[in-house]
Design a protein around this ligand. Sequence first.
Ligand SMILES: *Cc1c(COP(=O)(O)O)cnc(C)c1O
Length: 371
Amino acid sequence: MVDLIGQYAKIKDEVKEELNKVLDNASFINGPAVHAFQADLENYLKVKHVIPCANGTDALQIIMMAYDFPKGAEVLVPSFTYVATVEVIALLGFKPVFVEVDPHSFNMDVEDLKAKITDHSVAIVPVHLYGQCADMEAILAVAKEHDLKVFEDTAQAIGADYTFANGQKQKAGTLGHAGATSFFPSKNLGAYGDGGAIMTHDDDLAAKLRMIVNHGQSERYYHDSIGVNSRLDSLQAAVLKVKLKHLDTYNAARYAVAQKYTAAFEKTEVIIPPFESAFSNHVYHQYTVKLTNAAERDALNAHLAERGVPSMIYYPVPNHLQKAYAYYGYKTGDMPLTEDLCARVISFPIHTEMDTEQQDHIIASVLSFWG
Ligand SMILES: *Cc1c(COP(=O)(O)O)cnc(C)c1O
């Protein structure tokens, strides 16, 4: 699905030089590379604070630890997302309230969001799924009206721009009260191991988050709150500092691959290519289509595998029907649009190193399924 070896080959010298600096100084924890990457990412995202941490799941958890939400408080979250978004809500003793999907954009449906707000709601966690922003202007308006916090999960959309109705643009992850991202190797900005970060414009929140990632201390051995140990290590920061310089080029390469796929697939009646929202560009973390006939999906997957083409289902089971969350009492039929998407979507390989020949082979392999 990705070509991390091919990508590394092109930036090997730059990466090794930065890694060697860390090794030569043995500055493995909170070294200069971490501070340099943090500053570079703040500049790139035009956000006041970036707080690096160990992974994207931690980033989401740490944000929610920074607020004094009561146990049982409701956090609105799409059911159609990676489990990490939901997991941290449940883990902290809050209640995930699942919101339906907009079946075109694959993101949170704003009308259903409004319908699910109660007196116990405290926050909304929009997920910018597959690389395109949720309808943030509408979500922020709903949040303001009901005095809710907005925490963006931008693990799949780093570098995407959201455009407001007045033409103002802002980077995904910097629109709400805080944003969380992941540097998992296959993400658009991927490290060579785990990593994550939190973004916020809020000085007080940033100070709190910096304490929480570091065992709840701002002065060593004085613990003002219960924290965690969640750090981005210097070697990963060194890699990310190099790769951040290439992020726009990488996202453009993904976009070009997506355009070629869409040109081939939109002519068919069996594949519905991804929809691009007017208010966000798409950085194509995944290239995910819908099949007209859900019953063909397993056979298509097998057909592609026989031709050496991987394909994946993100995600086969919606979170509201996962065993782990049965406690919250959802049942099949509660979210028909989400359930239908889970039966219908399939993702094809997309990455920064895909050449024309590879892509032609993938397109031909897909289309040959229908003869
Ligand atoms: C990858 C991902 C995460 C979690 O990131 P990790 O770094 O793997 O913890 C959270 N949310 C979404 C939508 C993701 O794709």
